[in-house]
Structures are given as C-alpha cells and as structure tokens.
Design a binder for this molecule. Structure first.
Ligand code: HAM
Length: 424
C-alpha cells in the first residue's frame, strides 16, 4: 500500500482556520443584508438528477456539455450530478414543495457549486455562491431591487470599483426572430467562424456573440442586434429597470453582448464586474428567467435572481487590504496536578456558562509550556490552577498583556476575568 500523502482534488480548496474567520465574518454580513430585504434561507441537496440541469441550463452550454461532475449511482444506476449552480435546484425545490402556491417567494441559498473548468485564479472546480431568487414576481421593480441590493452590499463592504453591465434578452418571439437572423448572418460568413462557433451555429448561435476569439470580433460587431427585434413589452420593462436605477444613482453600462452562459434567461440580465481580478472579474451575475418554472414542470411563473462568487469577493476584499479577523479566545486555563485538573474543567464550564470563550489546556506539560500555549492562543486572560490553589477552591488570574496576577475564589472568578478583559 502506498503511503504517499493524499492531496485535495485539483481546483478544490481547503479553507484553513485563519481564512475561515474571514468567511464567517463575510457570511454574517451577507445574511444580515439578505434578511434586511426580506429574503429567506432555503437549503437544497448538493446532488440532483442530471436531467434537472440539462433541462434548466440547456444542453448546448459549456456547463452541461463539458463541466458537470456527473456519475451513475452504483447502487441503482440513477444519473446524478453535483450541482453546478443553484437556480435549477431552488426552482425544483420550490415546485416539489408547492411553495409558489398563492405566494411569491424571496429566497436565498449558499454553498458549494461544482464545475469542471480549467482552474486558475478566481476559477475553481469547487467554489461557493450566495444565490438569491425571487419567484412569482413579474415587474421591473424586483429586477431593479435586486440590482440595488447588490449596490448596497458593495457599499457595505467598501468595494468601490465594481461596475454594472446590463442587457436585455427580450422574450421568446424576439429571440426567435433574432436567432434566425443571426444564423443567416453567420452562415453568410461561415468561413470566418472558428470550430466552436461552427458547432454552435445551429444549436446556440447566441453564444457565438460571447466568443473571445480576436479573429471573430469584427464579425461579431456587425451581427444583427437583438435590441432591434425587441417587442414593446420587453422594451418597456428594460426601460423601467433603467429608470429605477437612475433614480437611485446606480450607474450602469448597457452591454448588448452580455448573453450569459445559461440558457434560462430572458429580459433583464446583468453582471457586476471588476478589472482587479484578471480574467475572472465577474463577482456577481444573474437576471430574469420567466420560462424556467414551467420548463421544470410547474405552472408558469415569472422569476429573477442572481448569484455571487464568494471566493472572488473575498479575493477583492483581501486585495483591498482587509485584515483577517482573528478568532477570539477570552480565557486559557492552565493547570497542574490531579486536583487542579478537576477544578480546571469545572471552572472552564462555569466561565462558559457566564458567556466567555474558554480553552482548557489538554495534554499536560510544565506551567511554562502551558503559558506559551496560552500566549499563542491569543487569550486575553490565563487562569492558573495548581494543587494548592485547588485545595483552597481558588485560582490565579493573569492578564496576558502584562499586569499583576490575582488570586481569587472560584465564586469571584468571572467578575475578575471580566474586570481584566474590560480594562484592556
Ligand atoms: P453564473 O454566472 O454561472 O450564474 O455564476 C455566478 C457567479 O458565480 C459568477 O459571477 C462568479 O462570481 C461565480 N463563479 C462561477 N463559476 C465559478 C468558478 N468556476 N469559480 C469561482 N467562482 C465562480 C449562476 O450560477 C446563476 N445560477 C445565477 C442566477 C441566479 N441567475 C438567476 N438566479
């Protein structure tokens, strides 16, 4: 048997305790912000039937064609997939449990997503999203509200250089007309299409507009614009979203080439982008998906949502020089001797009853080595117990930042600790 160390899967990261402290802080800020807009938490499984994502995201998308972690359940042959995104699962859960019956829903979820992409800075095979979905709302007010929400979060986090790209994808009829025109246009210039574009020409011509191939940029720039096909309602919707954003002084740039990599969108789509993270600059993205509920088997219901990439947002915050918050310990309890050991665990529990964060030294060692551990723990106070203290039901309290050690009765311990902690 080999005893080589086993490493994590490529593109899937451990989040070690120092960094996890930043994650915890961030998750709390985001949850508070979501609750302040009336969004409620929903939690879906990480594994779903493969058919769900094929149907929701679209067969001819990068995600479904080449990025899903799909497998067959060895026990019963079911086709399963590690979720590459949360919208499909969220809609599935809402329908399965009939949540949309007579009540629109504002929901959010967070957690791991899995895509077999080529790993690079800001792009991982396991990554984390906060996803936000409003189901059962048709008007432009909710599209705008979700964008305003994001703007508020960036402000709260102190992020100043994220910009908003906005587009509309219209409705089914205009997309149909536009699609036919696109195919005709690209067919006319077939010799200029690369292999990927040729493959997509008839299955998903809209995605050709998204190509980064420099040789095709001129061709793409001259392609028929969806904006010219938009029906009255979709245009009005888009104008109303813009008007609300303007009224709230949220700047945006209209990007007619913003098509998104998932097929379920219609009307409003948006991305929040920064130039500071290199090629992976989109920190948050989403839009309206009025057809998805029906596509997954529900009664038609309009919906809109977005998701943000947690790794990318945290990278931005760290780039801004945001310090990692330190996990705090109030008290480290050191002890030597059998009686002292018993009192130490009693005292540690008592301090925790009183709301303090306490580390009880485990594993023996001299007082000196235990005090070194107390120092390294970042505790503000050490409680020191030897057998002579234990016999008298007393302990010594030592402020770690210097100052006189005090010997006190066990009854007076919490107040003495609190006195030292407040004094600092
Ligand atoms: P998405 O654009 O595929 O949309 O992903 C949303 C965000 O997740 C991206 O903007 C990015 O910040 C982050 N992200 C995506 N892939 C990776 C990766 N490989 N590594 C690190 N971060 C990544 C969706 O997933 C839709 N479900 C959003 C949505 C919700 N639309 C409507 N509702």
């Amino acid at each position: 048997m080999s005893n080589e160390t086993i490493q994590a899967v490529r593109g899937m990261n451990d989040i070690l305790p120092d960094e996890a402290a930043l994650w915890l802080w961030f998750e709390e800020v985001v949850r508070d912000w979501l609750h302040s807009y009336g969004y409620r938490n929903i939690r879906m499984p990480l594994v779903e039937p493969t058919a769900l994502f094929k149907r929701a995201i679209g067969e001819v998308t990068d995600i479904v064609e080449k990025e899903m972690y799909s497998f067959e359940d060895a026990m019963n042959g079911d086709h399963l997939t590690l979720r590459p995104e949360g919208t499909a699962s969220c809609v599935r859960a809402v329908l399965q449990h009939n949540l949309l019956y007579n009540a629109p829903q504002r929901l959010y979820y967070s957690g791991q997503m899995f895509r077999h992409e080529r790993p690079q800075k800001g792009r991982y095979r396991q990554f984390h999203q906060f996803g936000v979905e409003a189901l059962g709302f048709a008007g432009p007010d909710i599209d705008a509200e979700q964008i305003l929400m994001c703007a508020r979060l960036w402000k709260k986090l102190g992020l100043t250089d994220v910009t908003l790209q906005l587009n509309t994808l219209g409705d089914a009829a205009s997309r149909h007309a536009h699609r036919a025109k696109l195919i005709a246009y690209f067919e006319q210039h077939a010799e200029l299409l690369d292999a990927e574009a040729q493959r997509r020409l008839h299955s998903n011509p809209l995605r050709i507009l998204d190509s980064k191939n420099p040789a095709m940029q001129e061709l793409i720039a001259g392609a028929p614009k969806l904006m010219d096909e938009l029906e009255e309602d979709a245009l009005k919707h888009f104008e109303a979203v813009q008007a609300i954003l303007k009224r709230h002084d949220v700047p945006f740039e209209i990007n007619p080439r913003l098509v998104r990599g998932l097929d379920y969108y219609n009307r409003t789509v948006f991305e929040w982008v920064t130039t500071r993270l290199g090629a992976q600059g989109t920190i948050c993205a989403g839009g309206r998906y009025d057809g998805l509920v029906e596509q997954i088997g529900g009664k038609p219901a309009p919906a809109t949502g977005f998701a943000m990439g947690v790794e990318r947002l945290l990278a931005l915050l760290q780039d801004d020089g945001m310090a990692l918050p330190k996990a705090e310990v109030d008290v480290y309890v050191v002890h030597q001797g059998e009686l002292a050991c018993q009192l130490a665990s009693t005292v540690a529990e008592q301090l925790r009853d009183d709301g303090l964060r306490v580390v009880l030294h485990c594993g023996g060692g001299s007082f000196k080595s235990q005090m070194k551990k107390a120092d390294a723990s970042g505790a503000r106070v050490a409680v020191v117990i030897g057998d002579d203290e234990a016999l008298a039901n007393e302990v010594s309290v030592k402020p770690m930042q210097g100052g006189e050690q005090e010997r006190v009765s066990v009854q007076n311990l919490t107040s003495t600790v609190n006195k030292f902690i407040k004094r600092e």
